[in-house]
Design a protein around this ligand. Structure first.
Ligand code: SF4
Ligand code: SF4
Length: 202
C-alpha cells in the first residue's frame, strides 16, 4: 500500500464513522438511552474484536504522534482486553476510552445499534448493552417501540460493519482481538511510512 492510499483509506473509514455518529445523534434525540457517567463496562470485555482496517485511523494517529512504540510495549505486556482503556484505580468497570474519537466500529455500535430480529421475520431488534437494560429499561423499551412502530433509524450492526469493510476488503474482512488488530495496523502504517521515506531518499 502507498502512503496516499493509506491516507485515503483512513479518511474514508472516518467519513463512515462521521455518518454513523450523525445517525446515532439523531436516534438519541428520539430516545433517552445513555451511558452512565464513568461506565467502562464494555471496554473490559475480553471479546472486543476489530479489523486491521478499523484500527488504521488510530494507528496512523499514534505513529504521527510518536506514540506507537509505547503502545506496542503496552500490548506486549498487557493482558488487558483493550490497551487504550484507562480503568479507574479502584473500580476497573469504571474508566474511559483514551482514544474515543478513533475507536473502532464495534465500540461505536455497542449499545446503540440494531440487528435483524430473531423473533419476527423481516423485523428489527434494538440491541442495548447490559447496563442499559439494567439501568434504563423504559428507555430501552421506548427505543424498541419506536424502531418497530415509527421506523426509528437505528444503525444496523451488520450493515455498518459491511460499509466500513468495503473501504478495503483485504484489511476489513478478518476481525481479531482488538489489541492484535491494533498491533497489525501499527505494523502496516510504519511499513508504509518507511517505504515512502525510502522512495524519497537521494
Ligand atoms: S455502552 Fe453500556 S457498557 Fe458501554 S459505556 Fe455505555 S452503558 Fe457502559
Ligand atoms: S477502543 Fe476505546 S471504546 Fe473501544 S474497547 Fe478500547 S477503550 Fe473501549
Amino acid at each position: 500500500m502507498q502512503r496516499d492510499e493509506l491516507e485515503q483509506t483512513v479518511a474514508r473509514v472516518r467519513e463512515h464513522w462521521a455518518q454513523l455518529q450523525r445517525r446515532q445523534d439523531a436516534m438519541l434525540e428520539a430516545v433517552d438511552v445513555h451511558c452512565p457517567a464513568g461506565c467502562g463496562h464494555c471496554c473490559t470485555t475480553p471479546v472486543t474484536e476489530a479489523s486491521v482496517l478499523e484500527m488504521l485511523p488510530l494507528a496512523s494517529d499514534l505513529v504521527e504522534r510518536g506514540e506507537a512504540a509505547a503502545v506496542r510495549q503496552r500490548i506486549a505486556e498487557s493482558g488487558k482486553p483493550c490497551v487504550m482503556y484507562e480503568g479507574h484505580p479502584t473500580d476497573p468497570l469504571k474508566g474511559r476510552c483514551t482514544v474515543y474519537e478513533l475507536r473502532p466500529t464495534m465500540c461505536r455500535l455497542y449499545g446503540f445499534a440494531a440487528r435483524t430480529s430473531t423473533e419476527r421475520p423481516g423485523g428489527k431488534q434494538y440491541v442495548p448493552c447490559v447496563r442499559h437494560e439494567e439501568l434504563q429499561p423504559e428507555a430501552v423499551a421506548e427505543a424498541q417501540r419506536k424502531l418497530e412502530a415509527e421506523g426509528l433509524d437505528i444503525p444496523m450492526i451488520a450493515t455498518e460493519h459491511a460499509r466500513v469493510m468495503m473501504v478495503n476488503r483485504n484489511l476489513g474482512r478478518e476481525t481479531l482481538p482488538i489489541n492484535e488488530a491494533l498491533r497489525r495496523a501499527l505494523d502496516l502504517v510504519e511499513e508504509v511510512r518507511r517505504d515512502s521515506e525510502m522512495s524519497w531518499a537521494p
